[in-house]
Design a binder for this molecule. Sequence first.
Ligand SMILES: C[C@@](CO)(OP(=O)(O)O)[C@H](O)COP(=O)(O)OP(=O)(O)OC[C@H]1O[C@@H](n2ccc(N)nc2=O)[C@H](O)[C@@H]1O
Ligand SMILES: Nc1ncnc2c1ncn2[C@@H]1O[C@H](COP(=O)(O)OP(=O)(O)O)[C@@H](O)[C@H]1O
Length: 267
Amino acid sequence: MLAFANAKINLGLNVTRKRPDGYHDIETVFYPVKLNDVVEITDSENTICLVKGIDVPGDTRDNLCLKAFNLLKKDFDLPAQQITLLKNIPVGAGLGGGSSDAAQLIRLVNDKFKLGLSVVKMQNYARELGADCAFFIENRPVYAFGKGDEFQPIAIDLSNYYVVLVKPPVHVSTAAAYAGIKPVIPSRSVKDLIHLPLKTWKQHLENDFESTVFSKYPEIELVKKKLYQSGALFALMSGSGASVFAIFEHEVSLPELENGNKVFYNI
Ligand SMILES: C[C@@](CO)(OP(=O)(O)O)[C@H](O)COP(=O)(O)OP(=O)(O)OC[C@H]1O[C@@H](n2ccc(N)nc2=O)[C@H](O)[C@@H]1O
Ligand SMILES: Nc1ncnc2c1ncn2[C@@H]1O[C@H](COP(=O)(O)OP(=O)(O)O)[C@@H](O)[C@H]1O
């Protein structure tokens, strides 16, 4: 049984408060994009995780898919499974790839073993694995708040635009990005700004991680500048970086940006 695990981008991101538990409150819009990993589960003698495609740093025993399986196994009598992950989503790129894989693993196990878990129950398991993991259970555009794991559905549709994603050869640690930030409550919420005309998003929507991440990695800021020079209506770093997405009115080719970066067109 297999599932596609898609990436997300953040249409605006404010870090509003450091919480007593050490995490941060954020407000953002999560938007699913067409860049997918593939997760497959098959019966096996032992529970293992095999990763193909892009390399995931660290031991496969720490893979979020395995963590998701073991989390469910604590509550349900599950037979051993081989988890095969075909990794296409760049890692440590602000695209939520690991969280998406884990969310799809929860959905797969729920379906295959007829666990009967509701969406809310699956989201609660996902929350234990990572702040942005719960979003991927339903995978529809949402305004997210709290740790990034509380949602309100939002009517945003980019299907008439061309979304391009550029991943510079830099790995940004999410924990380090949060540690470098001073939370501020914005004067206007992303929830309201997102409904302004897309052509004005450039003046209004921000990602609070950009200033600190750009000062450490100027090559990421350069990518954003080049995307605007190429005619993007809107460009922003996704999550804690390092990838930058851009929204164009028409299909584009960006050979200059392909040099040294990974570029994904029409996601
Ligand atoms: C920054 C965001 C924005 O969408 O995305 P990515 O850049 O990871 O894609 C998310 O908040 C990332 O969520 P996620 O990647 O699931 O984070 P987790 O694994 O739960 O946490 C990693 C570390 O980030 C910090 N963290 C994470 C979420 C949050 N709301 N406050 C935090 O302070 C904590 O230090 C935590 O130890
Ligand atoms: N299935 C997985 N895919 C990607 N990364 C994973 C996975 N399982 C564990 N990880 C670990 O999670 C970290 C964050 O990965 P990822 O979710 O791709 O990035 P981001 O938090 O920037 O969206 C990586 O450094 C990696 O070691």
